[in-house]
Design a protein around this ligand. Structure first.
Ligand SMILES: Cc1ncc(COP(=O)(O)O)c(C=O)c1O
Ligand SMILES: N[C@H](C=O)CCC(=O)O
Length: 424
């Protein structure tokens, strides 16, 4: 670990906490973060040349495995044409058209540089469109780090045990109303009091920032109906689930049409991209067509558009999601078997290439239920897996991701590591 330790020590001299995003710091599991120097297919390689089977996939984008040849070729070709133009370019249309075709609820789409930019812009648009200020979000959902979302948020916010964040003006936080996930009555109650002021309900249709929590039957439909009744905009934050749980995202999986959708991660093929899109009538409120301002110096960057476009082609191959889903199921079923054999309370969830692991008798349906999971077991399991060359998300609150490069041998190697980790 010497080289890794030296790098972490050095990193902390120049970078807050030694990391550029908090969950990476291993505070959720203890120990020092692993410094990675390269990644290919299902593997990442650390600075000490140790290989890890990767179930984080750069937090989602690497659905086709790391350094996929077609993505690399597309980026190399784009590099030769120039790094950034700050003008419209054909590559932007190419990706936008693919997204609109894959996600029928999206008539128009605006490219940005991160998931946070996408969600932040989507709520501004919803506010501008409705002329209302309040939003409803769900406990344990994470929509990036914009001020309005750092209220009872998941991901690093909950991993670090921060209820909200200093620096967010109270006046802003007060406009974010929070309710428990999977509880329609709670939404109705809040709407009964604040409905006329609620611009939008924003939700991760499958929550992936408090482990993995699926909507109960009828829940998303209920939110759709409430928004229709109240004239509020329904925003599906599919930064994580988009192109991950199905080609058309969670909205395709559950057959619910949101007004706006936010994207990130896979849409950029591993480069920094986000996007928000939806109903034409709402999207036309965005500048320059409409009055709601939103902009970006590097938005629609040609390298990012090329990577995203190549990724959209890869995931559009016939059978891509059948295989991805089958491999993810083999993994979760296998892990369940390992835990059962060892007599360890354990449960899993899986949709497409996304999964959740719970050290509890059953998988949670909301944030409060999640708190009953055994965090100590998770930490020990995480480190056992790491020792045996398997990289899981370093927090019990994060979903796991599999790629199309995780073949049967990779899954079996992972299960062997799990047997050892659980035994230990
Ligand atoms: C559901 C969801 N929304 C928004 C974001 C923010 O995206 P980014 O980290 O690219 O800003 C994330 C991830 O961080 C996410 O998982
Ligand atoms: N849970 C986050 C996004 O999905 C993890 C990425 C990060 O914040 O660094």
């Amino acid at each position: 670990m010497n080289k890794n330790h030296a790098l972490f020590t050095q990193a902390q001299q120049y970078i807050p906490g030694g990391v550029n995003s908090p969950v990476r710091a291993f505070h959720g599991v203890g120990g020092e973060p692993i410094f990675i120097k390269a990644a290919k297919g299902p593997y990442m390689y650390d600075v000490n040349d140790k290989a890890y089977i990767d179930y984080v996939g750069s937090w989602g984008p690497m659905i086709a495995g790391h350094s996929h040849d077609r993505v690399l070729q597309a980026v190399h070709a784009a590099v030769d044409q120039g790094l950034s133009f700050g003008t419209p370019a054909e590559a932007e249309i190419t990706l936008a058209e693919k997204v609109c075709r894959m996600i029928p609820s999206v008539d128009l789409v605006r490219m940005v540089n991160s998931g946070t930019e996408a969600t932040m812009s989507a709520i501004r648009l919803a506010r501008g469109f409705t002329g209302r200020d309040k939003i409803i979000k769900f406990e344990g959902c994470y929509h990036g780090h914009a001020d309005s979302f750092l209220v009872k948020a998941g991901s690093g916010v909950v991993t670090l045990g921060i209820p909200g964040s200093p620096g967010v003006p109270k006046a802003t936080a007060d406009l974010t109303l929070t309710v428990p996930f999977n509880n329609l009555d709670a939404v109705k109650q809040v709407m009964a009091e604040h409905g006329d002021d609620v611009a939008a309900i924003i939700i991760e249709p499958i929550a992936g920032n408090m482990n993995m929590i699926e909507p109960l039957p009828g829940y998303l439909q209920g939110l759709r109906e409430i928004c229709d009744q109240q004239g509020s905009v329904l925003i599906f934050d599919e930064v994580m689930t988009g192109f991950r749980v199905a080609r058309g995202g969670a909205q395709e999986l559950y057959g619910i049409t949101p007004d706006l959708t936010t994207f990130g991660k896979i849409i950029g093929g591993g480069l920094p991209v986000g996007a928000f899109g939806g109903r034409r009538e709402i999207m036309e409120y965005i500048a320059p067509q409409g009055p709601v301002y939103q902009a970006g110096t590097l938005s629609g960057n040609p390298l990012a558009m090329a990577a995203g476009s190549a990724m959209m082609d890869i995931i559009s191959e016939p059978g891509f999601y059948d295989y991805l889903s089958a491999q993810a199921k083999k993994l979760t079923d296998g892990l369940q078997q390992v835990a059962d054999n060892a007599g360890v309370p354990f449960a899993t969830r899986q949709q497409g290439g996304m999964f959740g692991l719970f050290f509890a008798d059953k998988a949670a349906n909301n944030f409060d239920e999640l708190e009953t999971c055994d965090l100590g077991h998770f930490k020990r399991f995480f480190h056992g897996m790491l020792d045996h060359g398997v990289y899981l998300a370093p927090s019990a609150y994060e979903a796991g991701f599999i790629s199309s490069q995780h073949n049967d041998i990779i899954i079996e190697t992972t299960l062997e590591a799990a047997r050892e980790a659980i035994k230990a």
